[in-house]
Design a protein around this ligand. Structure first.
Ligand SMILES: [Fe+2]
Ligand SMILES: [Fe+2]
Length: 359
């Protein structure tokens, strides 16, 4: 952890007397059964005091713990979360206004994309992805999804070593990629996997609708327009609306496609058991590598490995543990250490996988 950005907080915890050792600090005054003071709060415990407390049948004491604050209080993460929440507000309002006017307020989108890029450049990137999914995922699906896709797409562009101008353009394309959904009835937006074939066809028009809305604006570049239009195209021509092949899909759309699928599995499918962990989401991308640009999906997977290691997880068989080694070919089947120390090699266990991350 970056100690420059961490602060130390004093908290207390209850400790059994058998685990109390010299040097610990008492958080609260300890009284005997007849309410006489045995030791004051703040006392640094020594061997004599431990003997005394035992003699008085004290079984538990409150100890001061110096706990490093969690990354939420890291100023960079906090700054990112503020920007993130402001972006959600701005994009919510702009979507509402586009619904009424069919006019994209480009300035508001551009400023939001700039803010997102400035923050991901400053902050610890991997923690940011982690933070995106600490937040509730089932409300405001489309808006949250657009902001997440913008941030993740910008990160991928950064990992691909794009120029700052191009990273900002990718972030803007990510923010706008589903803007066409503002023109569709809200009831078909939230759960596309539950739609009838006719409604799903209507849902698919959002790429063209978004492109049409955006191209009315003079200050949106061709690259951003294609980023919007092509984001559901797939390199094996299985995508829509034009079934383009690898050579014809714009690079911005190839980036957004990976960010979109990763985020969609975590947000839109939030009521799908087993589809809600980033491990399952990466499995999903891995299983469909032939649909995506290999360089983009591999660079994304490699960076995400850092993010996935060390998480506390719930397994599908209801056991809890910590991910100690990532299986790059199938992240949901990684190696997990249970609380009792047992190490489970999930690839050898049929039907057991990582179900979700415990927050
Ligand atoms: Fe989309
Ligand atoms: Fe999307």
């Amino acid at each position: 952890m970056d100690t420059k950005n961490s602060s130390i907080n004093k908290k207390s915890f209850e400790e059994n007397i058998e685990f109390v050792v010299p040097g610990m600090e008492l958080a609260h005054t300890v009284y005997s059964k007849d309410l006489s003071i045995l030791a004051n709060a703040g006392t640094i415990i020594n061997t004599e005091l431990i003997k005394k407390l035992r003699k008085w049948d004290i079984t538990k004491v409150d100890i001061v713990a110096e706990v490093a604050d969690n990354p939420f209080t890291n100023p960079n993460i906090e700054k990112f979360l503020n920007t993130y929440n402001q972006s959600i507000d701005v994009i919510q309002k702009t979507f509402d206004s586009i619904r009424q006017t069919q006019d994209i307020p480009v300035e508001a989108f551009s400023e939001t994309a700039d803010d997102i890029v400035n923050n991901i450049t400053d902050a610890e990137n991997i923690n940011i992805i982690d933070k995106l999914y600490d937040l509730p995922v089932c409300d405001d699906y489309t808006i949250r999804h657009c902001v997440n896709v913008s941030a993740i797409s910008a990160l991928i562009a950064k990992w691909l070593k794009y120029s700052t101008e191009s990273i900002t353009a990718v972030a803007l394309a990510g923010l706008l990629h589903d803007v066409g959904k503002s023109q569709l009835p809200p009831e078909i937006l939230n759960k596309p996997y539950k739609l009838s074939p006719a409604d799903y066809k209507l849902y698919q028009t959002h790429t063209k609708l978004g492109y049409e809305l955006a191209r009315k604006k003079e200050n949106i570049s061709q690259s951003i327009l294609f980023g919007i239009f092509h984001h559901h195209e797939r390199t094996d021509r299985s995508g829509y609306p034009m079934h383009l092949g690898a050579d014809d899909i714009h690079p911005y759309a190839k980036i957004i496609a990976v960010a979109d699928l990763f985020d969609e599995s975590l947000t839109i499918n939030c009521d799908f058991p087993g589809a809600t962990s980033p491990y399952a989401s990466l499995d999903n991308i891995r299983d469909r590598l032939y649909c995506f640009d290999p360089k983009i999906s591999l660079i994304f997977r490699d960076h995400m490995m850092n993010f996935l290691s060390g998480h506390r997880v719930m397994l599908s068989n209801k056991q809890e543990g910590r991910v100690v080694f990532i299986n790059r070919d199938k992240p949901s089947k990684s190696i997990v250490q249970l609380d009792n120390g047992t190490v489970l090699n999930l690839p050898t266990l049929k039907d057991v996988n990582i179900h979700y991350v415990i927050k």
